[in-house]
Design a binder for this molecule. Structure first.
Ligand code: FAD
Ligand code: SF4
Length: 544
């Protein structure tokens, strides 16, 4: 156990109240702005818990009057060599900062912060087991402690095709960081932050995957979908000498990474950078090409040695309310996709019209992470108010606790235990409100969750000029798959083999599939894991 880990519990920042500018009536907030964990030393009740302090001492460095100190810091001076360049946060957002000044891209950690996280790691390896990719986290941390940045990045890429992205968007509290031994003691090691920072820094320094020793095998695989599943499959294939050719109907790679996840969580320039790296590795991209429309599946089957299907899930679940197609009502995915298209400079489409929420009262129906993305996006687009309606209680929300807390901090209102029963429209058929009834939690449903039961009583109207429905996704119908005889389950998801040998092979020997179109709407990291496993299965099959 490192010295820092042993001192974790006692090593907390202290504020010299007399020196602090607050004693002179100024609330400068520089320390809070510097804190990567959002700890406010002066307003603990409104901030993240102090236990999250990772001793990076950024607050102390930011304080103009040196009012913040750490015990032992005079004796214990540890700092990394300057091997990691400062990353400038670029945002491709075309609009200027909103009046509420909500962040438009994730807060960037400092090199010092990341180095201190590596020092805290006690090498127990529980994080590796909890990561769906079984990333070699203790090994990277050890390499980083020795300032071996490039070696750490190579190890990261040995199990993950998009580490800089997973580090940003994985729900780490449920995965690697949730398993960290230090979690209960003094907060987990910030694995995701380290993964993102180190990969981004290495790419900025000019690191590129070295494929000079890969021997071409004279085989070609068509990959349908440039989302995380398809990209991961292509990455593993090219590193093993097999030529992947990726087809996607959209103009840029990434799938939901580009068009679903909001840009304040994932800067779209990261995808551009990765697209360039993949192209330089030799992966061929055929963008703006929809399989089933611009090119037939049969032709791919005839031309390629194997085909991978990673087409994601794009059909929105409906709320079952009358007038869901009324003016001012939109599904979450078209809403977020249109905002992302706008951010990236693409024009709106008939399927994804841009819904302007500026100055409007917005209601979001749903309680998952996509609902939180809609809430926080609408706030950044200057909605007059954003209210989220959820039919169970707060504790039952599927959205991550952090997302809900951030949405609240940013000004969203929440109404729990309400069931939308009707949409209210004006004479021009524009939505004006959502009519709701109160609910209580009843018996367990088929999924083992307490079902919401409507309580008989008066209906209430929640005023809304814009309503966003965020109720989840289902598999879209792909007639070109049906026609060729690929087996689907009752919900339209592709059935695949789970055995290690032929993992992710479909009912057609040459066709493999993975990601959301196999498991239903899930995570970036699980889609990557699928793409990688499918590629390994194909390689094994081609070698036989
Ligand atoms: P996708 O990412 O959907 O990619 C599928 C690709 O296939 C698309 O590019 C599509 O254009 C292409 N395609 C489909 N049909 C065709 C065709 N016929 N021809 C050619 N191309 C085709 N996960 C996280 O881990 N963290 C998050 O913070 C997170 N936030 C999310 C926010 C939103 C709003 C949404 C919707 C999802 C979020 N997810 C998040 C889930 C995550 O994005 C998905 O689980 C993941 O992207 C699935 O990867 P995939 O490759 O299976 O599919
Ligand atoms: Fe954690 Fe996700 Fe990285 Fe795995 S891929 S180590 S779960 S952030």
């Amino acid at each position: 156990m490192s010295l820092l880990s042993k001192l974790n519990h006692f090593w907390r920042p202290t504020v010299d109240q007399q020196a602090c500018l607050r004693s002179k009536g100024l609330d400068c907030q520089l320390c809070t702005q510097a804190c990567y964990e959002d700890i406010d030393l002066h307003h603990p009740e409104q901030s993240a818990p102090r236990a999250r302090c990772t001793k990076c001492s950024e607050c102390s460095a930011a304080c103009p009057v040196h009012a913040i100190s750490f015990p032992f810091s005079r004796w214990l001076k540890i700092s990394p060599k300057t091997i990691i360049p400062t990353i400038t946060s670029e945002t491709s957002t075309i609009e200027s900062v909103t009046p509420k000044a909500l962040p438009l891209s994730p807060k960037q950690p400092t090199q010092n912060y990341v180095f201190n996280q590596a020092l805290r790691c006690i090498q127990c390896g529980l994080c590796k087991q909890a990561c769906p990719l079984h990333n070699e986290i203790p090994a990277w941390m050890a390499l980083l402690r020795g300032n071996h940045l490039i070696d750490a990045v190579e190890v990261m890429h040995s199990t993950n095709s998009l580490p800089e992205i997973c580090g940003l968007v994985c729900p780490q509290e449920r995965l690697c960081e949730g398993a960290c031994s230090l979690g209960k003691l003094d907060g987990p090691v910030k694995v995701g932050t380290v993964e993102h920072f180190v990969t981004t820094a290495a790419i900025a320094q000019g690191w590129k995957p070295d494929l000079s020793r890969v021997k071409p095998k004279n085989k070609r695989v068509a990959v349908i979908g440039a989302g995380p599943a398809g990209l991961a499959c292509a990455d593993v294939l090219i590193r093993n000498g097999i030529q992947p050719v990726v087809f996607d109907r959209y103009p840029v790679i990434g799938g939901m990474l580009s068009f679903g996840i909001p840009s304040y969580k994932l800067d779209k320039l990261i995808l551009q950078q990765r697209q360039q790296l993949f192209s330089e590795m030799g992966i061929e991209f055929h963008l703006n090409t929809e399989v089933g429309k611009d090119i037939s599946f049969n032709e791919l089957l005839k031309t390629y040695d194997a085909v991978f299907v990673g087409t994601g899930t794009y059909r929105s679940k409906t709320a079952g309310l009358e007038h869901e197609d009324a003016s001012g009502v939109i599904q979450a995915l078209p809403y977020l996709m249109a905002v992302n298209r706008h951010t990236m400079g693409f024009s709106e489409t008939e399927q994804q019209p841009y819904l302007n929420v500026m100055g409007k009262h917005v209601v979001v129906i749903g309680g998952g992470d996509t609902a939180m993305d809609c809430v926080r996006t609408a706030l950044r687009k200057n909605a007059a108010s954003v209210t989220c309606l959820y039919r169970r209680d707060e504790a039952s929300m599927p959205a991550s606790v952090k997302e809900v807390a951030l949405a609240k901090q940013e000004g969203a209102q929440f109404r729990f235990n309400v069931q939308p029963v009707e949409l209210q429209l004006d004479n021009s058929l524009q939505v004006t409100g959502v009519i709701v009834q109160s609910t209580k939690l009843g018996a367990l449903d088929a999924c083992g969750r307490k079902a919401p039961v409507v309580i008989a009583g008066p209906k209430r109207v929640i005023a809304a000029e814009r309503v966003i429905l965020a109720l989840g996704f289902e598999a879209q119908h792909m007639p070109w798959l049906d026609e060729i005889g690929v087996e689907l389950d009752n919900n339209g998801y592709i059935v695949t083999q789970q055995s290690t040998e032929n993992a992710l092979q479909t009912s057609l020997v040459k066709v493999y599939a993975g990601g959301d179109i196999v498991h239903g709407s899930d995570l970036v990291v699980t889609a990557i894991a699928d793409g990688r496993r499918a590629a390994m299965s194909m390689i094994t099959a081609m070698e036989q």
